[in-house]
Design a protein around this ligand. Structure first.
Ligand code: PLP
Length: 368
C-alpha cells in the first residue's frame, strides 16, 4: 500500500531538535529537571475555585468569538484603557494569538523577522504558512536588539517582526531605548510588530516596557496567563492591536479555535485580581542564584533580566554534546539548537525548587 501523502507544510515543520532531547530524557528515572518551560508553583486557589464554579454554573459552551464581555472589559482595564473593545480579543493562549496574527499577516513567500535564539514556535509557524523566517542573530549583542542588522535584513517582502521580551530562551529584556529605535525603523518600512509579552510579569531589574508604547499603530500585543498564573494547560491569552488586524484575527478565530476555553475565561476574571509579586520575587532570587552560581564555576553567561531561563555557552562550544554529558549525570537541560540555527549554548530553566537548582549547579560544576 502506498504511504499517506502528507501536505508539504506538515513535512516542512521539523521537530527533530525536541525529539532528540525527548529520546535522551526517556532513559532517566528521577532527573534533576531544569528543562521545563513552565512555573513550578501551582495555580492559586481562588483561580481554581473560580474555574470549578464556572463549570458547575454551566460555562461549558461556546462563547463570543472575541471572549465574554466581562473579560474583554477586564483586559481593557489591564491595558490601561489604551485599546477600544474592538481592538482586543481573547485567544487560546499566546500560541493562539501567534497563530492568528501570523495567519492574518503572512502570505506564502512573505518574510518575518525572528530573533536567533528564538522561541521555536515562531520559526515553525512561519514555515507552516509557507512564509520565510529571517533570523536576526543576537549572540554577539548580549542577546539584545541588533538594530542595524535588523534594518539590513529588511526587504520588500518583510511583513512583520516578532519581538519576544522577556525572551525565551535567553531571558533578555529589551530596553525602552532599543524598542523606541526599533519602532522608528519599523515605521520607516511599514512593518508590523508582533510583541510576545507572555513573560511580562517576570521582569526583575526594571519595569517592563512594550514596543506598543512607541509603535501603537502597527503593533499586535500578545499577552497570556499561562506563565503568570501557572495556567499553561488552561489555554488563555489575549491580543490587542489595530482594529483592522484584531478584527481579521477574530474572523480567523471563528474558523479555527472558535473561542478561548469558556470556563477559563470566567476563571481569568479572578486571576487578574491575584497579586503574583511574591512568586516573581522568588523567581528573581532564583535568577540571582543561578547566575552567580554559573559565574563562580566559570561559565560564559549573560545575566538575564527576565523570564525564567538562562542560556550559558557550552564549555566545549557544542550544545548537544554538552547536554548529553548533563543527561549522563541525571541533569536535564536543553541544547541551544532547539532554539537556534546554532548549537553552541544550552538552556536552563530555573522555574524549579531551590534545592533542584542547587543540585543542578553541583552537576554543572562537576562537568565544567
Ligand atoms: N511565547 C513564548 C515566548 C513562550 O515561551 C511560550 C511557552 O513556552 C509561549 C509563547 C506559549 O504560551 P501559551 O501557553 O500562552 O500558548
Amino acid at each position: 500500500m502506498d504511504g499517506i501523502k502528507l501536505a508539504e507544510r506538515a513535512i516542512a515543520t521539523d521537530i527533530s531538535g525536541i525529539r532528540k532531547v525527548a529520546e535522551m530524557i526517556r532513559s532517566l528515572k528521577d532527573p534533576i529537571d531544569l528543562s521545563i518551560g513552565q512555573p513550578h508553583f501551582g495555580v492559586p486557589e481562588s483561580i481554581r475555585e473560580a474555574a470549578k464554579k464556572a463549570i458547575d454554573d454551566g460555562m461549558n459552551i461556546y462563547t463570543e468569538t472575541q471572549g465574554i464581555p466581562q473579560l474583554v472589559n477586564a483586559f481593557q482595564e489591564k491595558l490601561e484603557g489604551k485599546y477600544d473593545k474592538e481592538e482586543i480579543i481573547a485567544t487560546s493562549a499566546v500560541t493562539g494569538g501567534l497563530v492568528l496574527s501570523f495567519m492574518a499577516l503572512l502570505n506564502p513567500g512573505d518574510e518575518v523577522l525572528i530573533s536567533d535564539p528564538y522561541f521555536v514556535l515562531n520559526k515553525q509557524l512561519a514555515l507552516l504558512l509557507g512564509a520565510k523566517p529571517v533570523f536576526y542573530e543576537n549572540y554577539d549583542y548580549d542577546f539584545q536588539m541588533p538594530l542595524e542588522k535588523i534594518e539590513s535584513l529588511i526587504t520588500k517582502k518583510t511583513k512583520a517582526i516578532v519581538i519576544c521580551s522577556p525572551s525565551n530562551p535567553t531571558g533578555a529584556v529589551y530596553s525602552p531605548e532599543e524598542l523606541k529605535a526599533l519602532a522608528k525603523i519599523l515605521d520607516k518600512h511599514g512593518i508590523v510588530a508582533i510583541s510576545d509579552e507572555i513573560y511580562e510579569l517576570f521582569c526583575y531589574d526594571f519595569p517592563f516596557v512594550s514596543i506598543s508604547e512607541f509603535y501603537r499603530q502597527k503593533t499586535i500585543v500578545l499577552k497570556g496567563l499561562s506563565k503568570s498564573y501557572a495556567m499553561t494547560g488552561w489555554r488563555l491569552g489575549y491580543a490587542a492591536g489595530p482594529k483592522e488586524l484584531i478584527q481579521t484575527m477574530a474572523k480567523l478565530q471563528q474558523f479555527t479555535f472558535i473561542c478561548a476555553p469558556s470556563m477559563v475565561q470566567v476563571a481569568a476574571l479572578e486571576a487578574l485580581k491575584v497579586d503574583m509579586t511574591p512568586f516573581t520575587e522568588d523567581y528573581k532570587n532564583k535568577r540571582d542564584r543561578i547566575y552567580s552560581g554559573l559565574m563562580e564555576i566559570g561559565y560564559e553567561v549573560i545575566k538575564p533580566a527576565g523570564a525564567f531561563y538562562i542560556l550559558p555557552k557550552a564549555p566545549s562550544g557544542d550544545g548537544v554534546e554538552f547536554v548529553k554529558k548533563c543527561i549522563a549525570e541525571n541533569l536535564l537541560v536543553v541544547p541551544g539548537s532547539v532554539f537556534s540555527q546554532k548549537d553552541t549554548h544550552f538552556r536552563i530553566s530555573y522555574a524549579a525548587p531551590d534545592e533542584t537548582i542547587e543540585r543542578g549547579l553541583e552537576v554543572l560544576r562537576r562537568i565544567f
